[in-house]
Design a protein around this ligand. Structure first.
Ligand code: SF4
Length: 426
């Protein structure tokens, strides 16, 4: 067992550090005025804890004789967390085994040509790996762990990966080490995704570091001026702390709300507007589109809800609040032995005719348990509610192996509450 000591949550962050750059770069759909919204939600805390655990495991593995697999250095964890740790360990073990140098949790910085700091950050893992065929040919591998559900941009274009790699190349260059290749990658255990991209260093170095310096210079200028024409409201706004204060976002948000009245309302309002053959055909095309990607939309919404603490909500312009909570549907329960159930219930004081009276062609377990619970609660020595009696019966049948759960736990979003605030017309 290892103890987790590095405290990642208290690390200093540069306001334009590597992890903000995808949100800042307009070429990635970002905005030069973007400011990171500090996250102290449950998902962020869980991500920090898992980073600390992975880092501690790598540190312990490095200090060992390296004969045991990395996974042995992870602490015990619940089933889900263990699965994520297994994915991380399986992804990076082949790299660790070949590495001649391992840099975990290294503070890197990118500087100007005359040595002034431009930005800094902390890499999760950097490794020097000699080529299988030509030992003298070395690759710098830079890996980042993401414990969220949302996908990250492709490594080839991912500015965060570029920045970590540039910082490590600068650090190694100062020690006289110049790798031949650089490979950046992102390990996303919750998505079971591990993707990397590799460049020759001469194609990377000089181009990507210059792009990052230029990006940070443009963002610094934009932050100081916040001119509407420099901003690019879009997907980055969802994570920007300036939402609500930023004029560019307010303008585009008002325009979008006017045009679509937000998604839930648009569906209701536009029905009356379908009044020509062309609009009917367009409406049918939209329906077909929604039908064909409904599952993907639901899955994406569940991912977002998972990332943001288990619920999502939006207020429509008419005051209606749409609140959805992430729930998990348990697998269906199936009776495996009807005679066994009769005997078990008989032992609990429930006469067999109750079972026979309820059981017909199929096995309506919930109904049976409900009927039996009433009798069991009535005859119980200690006073008991029907709900408690039903729970007792269900757990007894399951413990005896007379009822099995079949299928998987299915996550779904449940509408929680609809509050319509009537707007007063003046
Ligand atoms: S809220 Fe404003 S500054 Fe922030 S990302 Fe959106 S447009 Fe850019």
């Amino acid at each position: 067992m290892i103890t987790v000591s590095p405290d990642h949550s208290s690390r200093a962050h540069h306001p334009l550090g590597p992890s903000t750059l995808n949100y800042v770069d307009p070429q990635m759909g970002g905005c030069l005025g973007f400011r990171n919204r500090e996250g102290d939600n449950e998902a962020a805390a869980e991500g920090t804890t898992n980073h600390e655990i992975v880092d501690a495991a790598i540190t312990a593995w490095k200090a060992s004789d390296r004969s045991k697999p990395l996974l042995d250095f992870f602490p015990e964890a619940d089933e889900d967390t263990r699965r994520w740790h297994e994915f991380v360990a399986a992804s990076i073990q082949p790299y660790l085994d070949k590495a001649t140098a391992i840099y975990n949790e290294v503070r890197i910085q990118i500087t100007t040509e005359d040595g002034k700091p431009v930005t800094f950050g902390t890499t999760d893992l950097g490794l020097l790996i000699p080529d299988d065929e030509f030992e003298k040919r070395v690759t710098l591998v830079v890996l980042d762990f993401k414990f969220g559900y949302l996908d990250v941009p492709e490594p080839e274009h991912n500015r965060q990966g570029w920045a970590y790699a540039c910082g490590l190349l600068e650090m190694l260059g100062a020690e006289g080490i110049v790798p031949d290749y650089v490979e950046t990658g992102f390990v996303q255990p919750k998505r079971e995704s591990f993707r990397t991209h590799k460049w020759r260093v001469e194609q990377f170095w000089g181009e990507k570091d210059a792009a990052i310096r230029n990006l940070i210079q443009a963002a610094t200028f934009t932050r100081a001026n916040m001119a509407d024409s420099l901003l690019n409201p879009g997907a980055a706004c969802d994570y920007c702390e300036l939402v609500g204060k930023c004029p560019a976002h307010a303008r585009i948000h008002a325009l979008a709300a006017r045009k679509s009245m937000q998604l839930p309302e648009a569906l209701a309002l536009n029905v009356d507007a379908i009044d020509t053959p062309e609009k009917a055909a367009a409406a049918m095309a939209w329906l077909g589109f929604v039908d064909s990607c409904a599952d993907k939309i639901k899955a994406k919404c569940r991912d977002v809800a998972e990332e943001w603490g288990g619920s999502v909500q939006v207020s429509a312009p008419d005051g209606t609040e749409y609140v959805y909570e992430l729930k998990r549907r348990q697998p269906s329960r199936v009776a495996t032995d009807v005679e066994g159930i009769k005997a078990a219930l008989g032992d609990m004081g429930v006469p067999p005719e109750t079972v026979d009276g309820v059981l017909k062609v199929s096995i309506p377990l919930a109904k049976l348990e409900n009927e039996a619970a009433g009798i069991f609660a009535e005859n119980a020595e200690e006073k008991m509610t029907k709900k408690a009696a039903k729970e007792k019966i269900s757990s007894t049948l399951e413990a005896l192996g007379l009822v099995e759960r079949q299928g998987d736990v299915t996550p779904y979003l449940k509408r929680k509450q609809i509050k319509k605030q009537i707007k007063e017309e003046n």
